[in-house]
Design a binder for this molecule. Structure first.
Ligand SMILES: [Zn+2]
Length: 241
């Protein structure tokens, strides 16, 4: 099942977006309209953990990383318009702060805004405590960034937090074990390594056209990457998608 990943929703995409995190409201709107028009049903991330039966039809899940302030102000109205369940991964130790890991810092959701998002039906996931690259940390700090962040969020929200997303998509065997040991049901990543419960592959949809989105969600892009085709052709497909 395709899992879409977005970061920050903005009114207008900047000409230069060094971190590749900005998606305009219009693009998000166009993506959801295209998916609905092509019979893709948006489902909660939990369903990505189970192999879908053909009779269930086309499905996808949608996620937002980092918890930017605009998630409430700009993304939520679009999600509500399309009745789309989404998961927003937030950094437990930086609620109300700034996303300082980007070239251009951006404001993150405050505690009250996070609760407002949750009460609007958005699922909240855990994205670590300080958004550091977890594979670079000693074991004790990994535990703090994974289990510690989860405890903080659960206390803050008053609900279970079943999903984790690796900051910078960075993890190794120790991090994966820490996520499993902390009791997370699953973890969202980028698209390296073997797809699985603790490495749920995602499509970075931030700047895709609807045509490119179609290639990704239909699996054409993944299929092309696996084929033994000349590198030049593969590069051409990668550029298109
Ligand atoms: Zn992040």
């Amino acid at each position: 099942m395709p899992v879409l990943m977005y970061h920050r929703i903005v009114e207008q995409e900047p000409l230069v977006d060094a971190d590749g995190v900005c998606t305009s409201v219009a693009r998000l709107e166009a993506h959801l309209a295209w998916l609905a028009a092509h019979s893709y049903l948006c489902v909660p991330l939990d369903l990505a953990l189970h192999r879908a039966h053909k009779s269930e039809g086309r499905r996808f899940a949608i996620t937002f990383d980092d918890g930017y302030a605009e998630t409430l102000r700009l993304a939520l109205p679009v999600l509500q318009k399309h009745s789309v369940p989404a998961t927003v991964f937030v950094v437990s130790g930086m609620i109300g702060g700034d996303a300082v890991w980007n070239h251009r810092p951006a404001r993150l959701l405050t505690h009250d805004e996070l609760l407002e998002l949750q009460s609007a039906g958005v699922f909240i996931g855990c994205h670590g405590r300080t958004h550091r690259r977890l594979s670079t940390l000693p074991r004790g700090e990994i535990t703090s960034e994974v289990a510690g962040a989860r405890d903080e969020l659960q206390q803050m929200l008053g609900t279970p937090v079943p999903f984790f997303a690796y900051p910078h998509h960075d993890f190794d065997a120790r991090v994966l074990t820490a996520v499993a040991d902390a009791g997370f049901a699953g973890a969202a990543a980028g698209r390296t390594g073997v797809h699985g419960r603790y490495n749920l592959h995602r499509i970075d949809a931030a700047r895709l056209s609807t045509w490119q989105l179609g290639l990704h969600v239909s699996g054409v892009h993944r299929w092309a990457r696996r084929q033994k085709i000349p590198a030049t052709v593969r590069r051409m497909v990668a550029r298109l998608a």
